[in-house]
Design a binder for this molecule. Structure first.
Ligand code: ADP
Ligand code: MG
Length: 382
């Protein structure tokens, strides 16, 4: 039985009726890493792994929610004081609250949901959950909230109800995602544009190192500080530079002797990465996936050597990808663990995955996890 059928069957047996079905998706980011807080581009897309929820208004002031994957039932009211204790339910509660804060109507409903986004693997299962409910409530109560605001409802849910101070990319990708397209988002202006992504003859596969090194959050703050420092130095010569992503390579060279070498290297990565996103978009318009892949390797090099947010496991997977003639490979996400994202020709896939499992396990003592992904639709009614 597939996920949708399991939800429908259980919904009927628990609530004695049928509701409406909604879904949304996890996401990948093809390129554009550590660019968001520098006012640069990110380039995400929704994937074929997500959340499906069935919902029916129940005529009360209460939400009755069932998580099929956790086999857990929760009831909560819709006032601020009614926050549930289960963390999965906080995502739904948060979306209700954030919708109401924006003047949207939200009344009690019965709901059941399940998903197949691996949790905490860097594919944003939480954004899939938030955007499913943000979209569903907007539709059910006919609130007319625009799509960008639906993404912000998800982001504010993370901030205000889940204690995660995230950017907008995950929820944006999950709400706006389209089959066969990636979306270039300008993190400064929030302008966005779709580009075709339909790599016939290639597969997109994530190799999850299943490690998370503790360095991540302190290093993140240090990287941000380096970027701000470099941007401030450049701004003295070029006042139009609001964010580091506004700077040209030569402008960075001008201030090289004025800033710590470390800040210079960090900034060099960021300025290069902004250009690589643009180059990848051009390549995709030509259907040139070999160039896309080469840019992915360049990003990995930059993240590893200039920005220094990679780790032994991820560098190992990246080198292995090169050896197996994988078209493109890089660490995805903030770094210090998590997944590599790989664009690989179909005929080379089995060899690469076989070697990744065998050699990684031999070296690090545990198997990496493998997730095939296809770029798919984001939030929608089924
Ligand atoms: P991720 O990087 O995948 O977004 P998070 O820790 O931000 O990881 O979000 C994971 C949380 O989202 C889970 O702990 C759970 O509360 C909720 N969640 C995601 N998918 C599901 C699901 N299928 N069923 C229940 N809860 C889910
Ligand atoms: Mg999350």
């Amino acid at each position: 039985m597939d996920m949708k059928e399991r939800i429908c069957e259980k919904f009927r047996s628990l609530f004695g009726t049928d509701g409406e079905l909604f879904a949304s998706a996890g996401r990948i980011n093809l390129i554009g890493e550590h660019t968001d807080y520098n006012g640069g581009y990110v380039f995400p897309g929704a994937i074929d792994k997500g959340i499906i929820a069935e919902i029916k208004v129940n005529g009360t002031g209460k939400v009755r929610a069932y998580s099929l994957d956790y086999d857990e039932y929760v009831e909560f009211g819709l006032e601020e004081k009614d926050k549930p204790s289960q963390s999965w339910a906080c995502y739904i509660f948060g979306v209700c609250r954030e919708t109401a804060k924006r003047g949207g109507k939200v009344e009690g409903f019965d709901t059941m949901f399940a998903g197949d986004v691996p949790l905490g693997a860097g594919l944003s299962s939480s954004a899939a959950l938030e955007s499913t409910y943000a979209f569903a409530l907007n539709t059910l109560f006919d609130n007319g909230i625009d799509k960008f605001e639906l993404a912000k409802i998800g982001q504010s849910t993370e901030h205000n109800y889940c204690g995660v101070n995230c950017g907008i990319m995950d929820q944006f990708a999950s709400v706006f995602g389209k089959k066969g397209a990636l979306i270039r988002l300008n993190c400064k202006t929030l302008e966005y544009k779709y580009f075709p992504f339909d790599p016939v003859g290639y597969k997109l596969v994530l190799v999850d190192s299943c490690v998370k090194h503790e360095l991540a959050s302190s290093a993140y703050n240090k990287r941000r500080a380096s970027c701000e420092n470099a941007a401030a130095a450049i701004r003295r010569n070029h006042p139009e530079v609001e964010f580091l992503s506004d700077a040209k390579r030569v402008w960075l060279e001008e201030v090289r002797s004025e800033i710590p070498e470390e800040d210079f290297l960090r900034a060099k990565y960021v300025i290069g990465e902004v250009q690589r996103v643009l180059d990848v978009c051009d390549a995709l318009e030509r259907g040139d996936y070999e160039t896309v892949g080469e840019m992915m390797y360049q990003t990995h090099f930059g993240l590893s050597r200039l920005y220094e947010v990679s780790c032994e496991e991820l560098d190992f997977l990246n080198r292995l990808a090169r050896k197996c003639d994988v078209t493109g490979s890089r660490v995805m996400g903030g770094g210090f663990g998590g997944c590599t994202i790989n664009l690989v020709k179909e005929e080379l896939y089995d060899d690469f995955i076989g070697q990744a499992k065998e050699k990684f396990t031999a070296k690090f003592g545990h198997e990496p996890k493998i997730y095939d992904v296809v770029i798919s639709d984001g939030a929608r009614r089924l």
